[in-house]
Write a protein that binds this ligand. Sequence first.
Ligand SMILES: [Zn+2]
Length: 138
Amino acid sequence: MNNRICPSEEILSEYLSGGLTPGERAGVEKHLAGCPGCRKLLAEAHDVLKRPDIREIGHSAFRWVRKDHWLIGSVLTLACSFLCPRYFLQFLVASLLMGAKWIIDSKTTKMLIMIQEAWKSGDKEKTDKILSRFTPDK
Ligand SMILES: [Zn+2]
């Protein structure tokens, strides 16, 4: 892995959840050692993981987010615009708005998805140890 290029959210999430191969882990750790930005992101994600209240809120939020309700709404209204040509424009506008909302939501939930991936693994002891190397004040 190139140390100058930041790993994607997917890779960091895999890293938190222990899903990477030893070689990949070493690459991520090497990058983290030289990249305060990624260390911060990882530490923040990890801090959230440890809070049970956030965790509870997160679980219900994920259920909603994972439903991709805006995308479904967008697709449905688009279908309606063809089924009811009389209201074609109204449905089309609604569809576009929901589609845009869906795109915005998926960007802001990247971080949450990263955290969720880590929850699923349950291997927090390991991430605790790894992160304590980068945050000596804790
Ligand atoms: Zn980085």
